[in-house]
Design a protein. Structure first.
Length: 288
């Protein structure tokens, strides 16, 4: 039916008191279940760090701690050397983010606007790498990094992160949808390719750049296998590896507290840039 909007509940049903009550009851129940499913694990982790060790292992578990204590967070901060490993993670994630923004943006702009020879073939080859399981690339990547002498070096994280086909394709698709008349006007005004990229394309691409930034940071922050392979020096390991390596003789409450602390930066980053992330994800679908 053209020109009509289909809804699950008709306006006539919503106009009735019984229909409106049933609608809001179902709506509140669904929202409540989804909220519980997403937030309960977070609540369980945060409160688990405040319980004594015997209460954490108790069966059945207690929903509310019988005795609250923040000593687990203080012990995790000191015993597991969290400042050092958090800083290592920040350095590795920030470097990978900068490398991806620079090189993926340049490659996407070249494929989208400069139209190089065999550009379609090159893009197809890049996208084909998405079909290769990440585990199949671990050994070649490790041998390459080892031959270059980059073990225990942040470059072992930064350089492989550049080869991100998904982020490159995301940027290219966004660049393809930029208004052509704006770019042509910049060219008529005498702006070169780099000037157009810096002054026109990048300011208009803030939403998608924000999404790519989040993807780049989260990928490094939560990665475990690759940092475990390239960082044999405990003092240079990121937080994801350190939590496993240092958890052998650590109380469960201290380990849970360390996990809570390790997750705070990414949660805070999402809350701060939530509006930009949503705008970037929806930008591609709203453009013609």
């Amino acid at each position: 039916m053209s020109g009509s909007v289909r809804t699950l509940v008709s306006p006539a049903v919503l106009a009735r008191p019984r229909g409106r009550a049933a609608y809001w009851t179902v709506f509140a129940g669904v929202v409540g279940l989804f909220t519980l499913a997403f937030l309960f694990p977070v609540y369980w982790m945060v409160t688990g760090a405040t319980k004594p060790p015997d209460e954490v292992a108790r069966t059945p578990p207690t929903l509310v701690p019988e005795s609250w204590s923040t000593a687990g967070y203080a012990d995790a901060w000191e015993l597991m050397q969290l400042p050092t490993h958090l800083w290592n993670t920040v350095v590795q994630a920030a470097g990978a983010w900068i490398f991806q923004l620079v090189f993926c943006t340049a490659a996407a702009y070249a494929l989208s606007r400069l139209r190089p020879a065999f550009g379609g073939l090159i893009l197809g080859g890049i996208l084909a790498t998405l079909m290769v399981p990440a585990q199949a690339l671990v050994v070649p990547k490790y041998l390459t990094v080892a031959d270059l002498g980059l073990l225990n070096d942040p470059l072992a994280i930064w350089l492989p992160a550049v080869a991100n086909a998904f982020n490159l394709y995301l940027l290219k698709r966004f660049f393809d949808q930029l208004p052509r008349d704006v770019l042509e006007a910049a060219e008529i005004d005498g702006a070169g390719r780099l000037r157009t990229l810096w002054s026109i394309v990048l300011p208009m691409s803030r939403p998608v750049l924000g999404v790519v930034s989040i993807f780049a940071l989260v990928a490094v922050w939560q990665d475990f296998l690759w940092p475990l392979m390239v960082f044999s020096d405990t003092g240079k390991q990121p937080i994801s590896v350190a939590l496993v390596q240092l958890s052998q003789n650590i109380q469960l409450t201290v380990l849970i507290a360390a996990m809570v602390i390790a997750s705070i930066p990414m949660v805070a980053l999402f809350l701060v840039f939530q509006r930009h992330i949503v705008a970037g994800i929806s930008a591609g679908s709203t453009k013609g």
